[in-house]
Design a protein around this ligand. Structure first.
Ligand SMILES: Cc1cc2nc3c(=O)[nH]c(=O)nc-3n(C[C@H](O)[C@H](O)[C@H](O)COP(=O)(O)OP(=O)(O)OC[C@H]3O[C@@H](n4cnc5c(N)ncnc54)[C@H](O)[C@@H]3O)c2cc1C
Length: 302
């Protein structure tokens, strides 16, 4: 097996153009498992760990541009305030060793329906920046996942970065597993509230062939919050609204029965997680400082 080791982004793209069959390796926490089990024997590995550009993040044009090679530990330590949904998901990944090695770009490269980065990337409207010697393009996260463990990358492309809007409001992530750590999600869910844009974002994990948004649930909740003046009043959410949101999230899933859980359990779990994460996010919205100076909980017009 050839081992290609570029030391710059340009070199990495040139190597991928010359050897499109070369398998990129970042943290190796997916790739090495596959090699060790002999599930996959690529002709060449393209080691990306010496490409400095992939290990950097910056605020650019109102978004965080997160280099594909940034580890979960760094997301948690350096960006927990700006990307709370992604950081919450990152805290649930594997163990400290996996969080130190594993990268957000690697999670996207693997494109497992159970990958923990996907729900927050979907809920926040993130985009994936990919590149080849032919040029760069951005792909909305919602279009990046094309099937079970398949993504929209062309053979000569690499993931450069993930472009994520910093949180405009509360975000929450929840994951069901058979234990609290070192567990692949049975189902997961992320919600992102944007009180400024008055939008609701969602992301469902491990409950369909690909990670996906619950678009009808997003529209329903954003409309209901608007109609009842709840963004302004920050009053408690009507129980029926929370319940309906949960049902709409559940309806967006298309899970299967497998070794980790049944489709019925996943659907049920998603409705519960949707209700809980919405309630947690709304509680934190109620307790946060009001942008217009209106004290939290004051009824509209009051
Ligand atoms: C013990 C253990 C526990 C785990 N727990 C979790 C968990 O709780 N949640 C979870 O989501 N995952 C978990 N994983 C899976 C894995 O850690 C994650 O998917 C991680 O994000 C992979 O990142 P990596 O950098 O190690 O990727 P790698 O293994 O290096 O690569 C993964 C895939 O992405 C491709 N790739 C990597 N970088 C790029 C790039 N820049 N451009 C194009 N393709 C690229 C590779 O070719 C490969 O196909 C676990 C793995 C192990 C071994």
């Amino acid at each position: 097996m050839d081992f290609l080791q570029p030391t710059s982004w340009d070199e990495a793209l040139a190597a991928k153009a010359e050897r499109p069959e070369a398998l990129p390796i970042a943290g190796g926490t997916d790739v090495m498992v596959e090699l060790n089990f002999d599930a996959h024997r690529p002709d060449a590995l393209l080691d990306l760990t010496r490409v400095p550009e992939l290990a950097q993040w910056a605020a650019e044009n109102g978004r965080i541009r997160l280099g594909a090679g940034i580890s979960y530990t760094r997301v948690i330590d350096e960006l927990g305030d700006r990307l709370p949904g992604l950081a919450m998901a990152a805290r649930t990944v594997g163990s400290p060793q996996i969080r130190n090695r594993g990268t957000v770009g690697g999670n996207l490269g693997a494109a497992s329906p159970a990958g923990d980065c996907h729900p927050p990337l979907l809920a926040t409207g993130a985009e994936v920046e990919v590149a080849s010697v032919r040029g760069a393009r951005t792909i909305p996260a919602a279009d990046f996942y094309t099937g079970v463990k398949r993504n929209a990358l062309a053979p000569d492309e690499l993931i450069a970065a993930i472009l994520i809007p910093p949180a405009a409001g509360p975000q929450q992530f929840s994951k069901i597993g058979t234990r609290n750590a070192m567990v692949i999600a049975v189902a997961s869910f992320c919600i992102a509230l944007d009180p400024v844009g008055r939008t609701v974002g969602t992301g469902i994990g491990s409950a369909a062939p690909t990670p996906r948004r619950a678009a009808a649930a997003e529209l329903f909740l954003a409309g209901a919050l608007d109609e009842d003046g709840l963004w302004e009043s920050r009053a408690d959410l009507p129980a029926a609204m929370v319940r309906e949101f949960g049902e709409k999230v559940k309806a967006a899933a298309d899970p299967i029965d497998d070794v980790r859980g049944t489709a019925a359990y996943r659907r049920h779990g998603l409705a519960v997680m949707a209700r809980r994460t919405l309630t947690w996010a709304w509680n934190s919205y109620q307790n946060s400082a009001s942008p217009g100076g209106r004290p939290p909980g004051t009824p509209r017009g009051g």
